[in-house]
Design a protein. Structure first.
Length: 218
């Protein structure tokens, strides 16, 4: 089962990068002046944020009338994602495009190497503005959480397992039936299987298998 992917949009004003960019620090909102082309300071220690997909979200921008991510945020996010899936997979956790609009929230397990990741993204795509990245700290990489989630697939237990997903760089989320979601023993079993990585158990729905209809033979 594949991990869920989250894409965030924010109803805030687009930040511009004219002159010296002021990089907002989730711990120290005052930020510090950063020269254009530099990555955000790797001193941020805020916990990895999570996209809120439960309520209506206003798109950060419109392109030809169609809701979309900002071009600045999308470009940097694409460049960061390529590095996160490559040379920095051991520390890359997750990212949220346009959090807030025009910026990318990047979650990593090592802030110093996270800054190098952003610099590598800029080197690979000079048009991707590294000053638009905000670094957050996560306890686990995406690779580690996905490996833990994979260990749960096919696990023999009293309750069914409908889905698994890496979340916030911190936990593996699973869905099961109502009884399973209320069972402390089931949660303990899952966390034993992940090697101690926290598991959040929620009630979900059993996936529906779609049957393909084959055309009649002539």
């Amino acid at each position: 089962m594949r991990a869920k992917a989250a894409v965030a949009v924010a109803a805030v004003l687009l930040l511009t990068g004219c002159g010296n960019a002021v990089v907002a620090d989730p711990v120290d909102p005052g930020g510090k002046a950063v020269q254009p082309g530099q990555a955000a300071p790797a001193k941020t220690a805020g916990a990895c944020p999570e996209a809120d997909l439960t309520g209506p979200q206003a798109a950060p921008t419109l392109i030809d009338g169609t809701p979309a991510n900002t071009p600045e945020g999308e470009r940097l996010s694409t460049a960061i994602g390529a590095q996160g899936e490559g040379a920095f997979a051991d520390i890359y956790s997750s990212q949220i495009t346009d959090h807030p609009a025009g910026r990318v929230a990047l979650c990593v397990t090592d802030l110093a190497r996270g800054r190098l990741l952003v610099e590598a993204a800029h080197a690979a795509d000079p048009e991707a503005d590294p000053a638009r990245a905000d670094l957050y700290l996560s306890p686990y990489s995406q690779r580690t959480l996905q490996a833990a989630a994979d260990k749960l697939v096919g696990l023999k237990a009293e309750f069914p397992l409908y889905s698994t997903a890496a979340a916030r760089g911190a936990v593996v989320e699973v869905t099961t039936n109502k009884a399973g979601a209320a069972s402390a023993a089931f949660k303990a079993l899952l966390e034993k299987a992940t090697g101690g990585i926290p598991v959040e158990v929620e009630q979900g729905e059993q996936p529906t298998l779609l049957e393909a209809t084959l055309p009649a033979a002539h």
